[in-house]
Design a protein around this ligand. Structure first.
Ligand code: EPZ
Length: 416
């Protein structure tokens, strides 16, 4: 199994081009099921998760070609409505095929996703929303099963802001009979980008960028021809790495507004940040200052940066308080950072981080995607060598990470 060997202590220097966003690519890949045709998606990151989703589409009968960062998906040959447990268990976002299959074929058999490294991640909002649109859904042997479904417009209000449930219902509603109103929707750039892609294919969606969407169902959509937006979490992760290593880097091919909350927190911790039209310069301080963080849905501070921010605060002068209001138990990185000398006390969904002068290299284990990113950036700042195990978690969401960090001067290599 691959591991990452990192020798810390080198400030990151130079420019890095940010890849397309995993969390924007996956819903657009699912949306290709809505229209029989040949779809073209550019700037798709080459990740385990995009390859897994391509696999799901192939199992449904689509023809998928992944050349460099161009994904060509022919959904004319789709002839199955079953998304198997074997794939769904490796990537929860596979559930995104449910809405499009019901909208196009009126039937589906999709495995329930189950939990993840940090606990239960229910899909009740997805199912309740589809049921409100007239889908009779049964749970049989761990599968969501439905047939003879004719989706109808409905008004659905989400108790909790959910990225997944929002995109699921958007995709179901664009081909449904009549009007759907979605209230308290997610505003993440991935959601708005999906909406813009669907509108470009002939969908009728009003209110994008607001918490209320009005969707008028249409009879058919044109194939997708779109470019995936840049990955704001990858960009913010590199910015945090600069903050921890006294680095001076330039993030290229980004939309600064997509990760403004993270940039503001890094500025609060002492970073100098220059925002350009499609680039951001970040210079790390001699030593980060302690900051308090509360994660929230976009445009708030993203939970997907919580672990990386804990790593930054582990080296800060002073005590930081970091609360995750989205996932109450997303702290599997804490004991691993403690192995590197971090002083973090967990109280429910709050981490109290007492900054230390230095971190030390150690053998640590990645437990999920963003937890592993926090270990990588901690290792870049630590004294000595760190060996990170189970980096397949990283490969799910960071494209060519060690190559990009190496180009910024990091001492990093993949070892088997
Ligand atoms: C998306 O997950 C992202 N994944 C996650 O990023 C991200 O952490 C999360 O949004 C929050 O920003 C993708 O985009 C593929 P949610 P999702 O539905 O859609 C509760 C990464 O690291 N909820 O917005 O699964 C849920 O438990 C990944 O790239 C319900 O209660 O998240 C959570 O507390 C990890 N019932 C909250 O809503 C539901 O039916 C937000 O979850 C759905 C969600």
């Amino acid at each position: 199994m691959d591991k990452l060997l990192i020798t810390g202590g080198r400030p990151l220097q130079g420019a890095v081009r940010i890849s397309g966003a995993k969390n924007a690519a996956l819903p657009v890949m699912a949306a290709t099921l809505l229209a029989p045709g040949v779809h073209r998606l550019r700037n798709v990151p080459r990740l385990r998760d995009t390859q897994t989703f391509a696999r799901v589409l192939e199992l449904l009968g689509a023809k998928v070609v992944f050349e460099d960062h161009l994904l060509t998906i022919d959904t004319q040959s789709v002839n199955s409505v079953e998304a198997p447990y074997e794939l769904v268990k490796t990537m929860r976002a596979s559930i995104y095929v449910l809405g499009p299959l019901l909208a196009r074929f009126g039937r589906a058999k999709v495995s329930l996703p189950g939990g993840c490294a940090w606990g239960p991640r229910p899909v009740n909002l997805h199912l309740a929303g589809l049921q409100a649109m007239g889908a009779a859904l049964d749970i049989e042997h761990g599968y969501i099963v439905a047939s003879n479904v004719k989706l109808k417009g409905a008004t659905v209000g989400f108790d909790v802001v959910s990225v997944g449930a929002t995109v699921q219902l958007m995709m179901a509603a664009v081909l449904a009979q009549g009007q759907t109103v979605l209230e308290n929707v997610a505003l993440e750039p991935d959601v708005t980008a999906l909406g813009e892609v669907l509108v470009a294919c002939g969908a009728r969606i009003e209110g994008l960028g607001t918490r209320r969407l009005t969707i008028q169902g249409v009879s058919a959509l044109r194939p997708i021809d779109a470019t995936i937006i840049p990955d704001r979490i990858e960009a913010a992760t590199f910015a945090a790495a600069a903050a921890m290593t006294r680095g001076k880097i330039r993030l290229e091919g980004v939309v600064p507004g997509h990760f403004e909350a993270a940039l503001r927190k890094l500025e609060e911790s002492g970073c100098a940040v220059q925002r350009g039209a499609d680039s951001v310069g970040v210079s790390g301080p001699a030593r980060p200052r302690a900051v308090n963080v509360v994660t929230q849905p976009f445009p708030g501070f993203p939970t997907d940066m919580q672990a990386q921010m804990i790593a930054v605060c582990a080296l800060a002068g002073g005590t930081s308080v970091i609360e995750d209001t989205i996932y109450f138990d997303r702290f599997t990185h804490v004991p691993e950072l403690a192995r590197m000398g971090a002083r973090i006390e967990l109280k429910g969904n709050v981490a109290v981080v007492k900054g230390v002068d230095r971190l030390y290299g150690a053998q640590v284990m990645a437990t999920d995607l963003r937890a592993s990113a926090s270990l990588v950036i901690a290792a870049l700042a630590a004294e000595g060598e760190t060996l990170i195990d189970r980096i397949y978690h990283l490969d799910r969401g960071y494209e060519a990470l060690e190559k990009k960090l190496g180009a910024l001067g990091a001492q990093i290599q993949r070892v088997n």
